[in-house]
Write a protein that binds this ligand. Structure first.
Ligand code: ADP
Length: 220
């Protein structure tokens, strides 16, 4: 499970530390889905970075399956992020020189524990409806197709935790609906899915619904 306990996060500012998150607690079991809404600048992305082990909290604890990533050494922390966490950003961050298949396979190249990575990548590409775009580079895809490729890439290591930051933010309504349906479909029973969004319609589709308000997470 994912457990955040009294997480606070400050950034250094010109006149001392600026507290972005204050006493955030969250607990999600395998298979649970959650959405986080809140105004721009309220700390939603920061919270995802802390939950996904990209940024250490200033205070409090985060644990995924009873492992606190911030107690790990650099190497183990990198392996933790690679194996246990998948990220989907608003800007897909696909590698422009690589095809869809190569992009989806990229997270499996860092070690050789992938096994049948190629078969899983092809299966995911089929799930996101991109089989006939498999050998295209990102520049030759539509926004929605790029976002679907990014989701396939985030899932290729079968991460326990999938974190999505405005995954439909740049998409038209129809592509946004397709991406949302895909996230909910693909999210296997044992995965934990957290989506940050400005769209109430999207947020309402997830099991637990939160707003970031006054630096903390409140149910909505
Ligand atoms: P949201 O995702 O809700 O728009 P963010 O988490 O991106 O909000 O940002 C929350 C606040 O933290 C903002 O005021 C932003 O300027 C600040 N912030 C984010 N990252 C940094 C950083 N690396 N250094 C300093 N301030 C930051």
């Amino acid at each position: 499970m994912l457990k955040a306990t009294n997480v606070s996060k400050s950034y250094p500012g010109p006149r001392g530390a600026i507290e972005v998150l204050s006493n955030v607690s969250l607990s999600l079991n395998p298979g649970e889905t959650a959405s986080i809404m809140g105004p721009s600048g309220s700390g939603k992305s920061t919270l995802l970075y802390v939950l996904g082990a990209l940024e250490p909290p200033s205070a409090g604890e985060v644990a995924l399956d009873n492992v606190n990533p911030f107690t790990l050494g650099e190497r183990d922390l990198a392996a933790f992020r690679n194996r246990r966490v998948g990220f989907v950003f608003q800007d897909h961050f696909l590698l422009p020189q690589c095809t869809v298949l190569e992009n989806v396979l990229a997270p499996t190249l860092v070690d050789h524990t992938g096994g049948n990575a190629r078969a899983r990548a092809e299966w995911l590409i089929a799930q996101v409806g991109l089989t006939d775009r498999r050998d295209h580079r990102p520049a030759a895809l539509s926004g929605g197709e790029r976002q679907r490729a990014a989701i396939a890439r985030a899932l290729v290591r079968q991460p326990r935790l999938l974190l999505c930051d405005e995954p439909t933010g740049n998409l038209d309504r129809q592509s946004a609906d397709a991406v949302a349906a895909l996230l909910l479909d693909l999210q296997a029973r044992e995965q934990i899915l957290i989506v940050v969004t400005h769209s109430a319609a999207l947020a309402d589709r997830f099991g637990k619904r939160y707003t970031l308000s006054d630096r903390t997470l409140v149910p909505r």
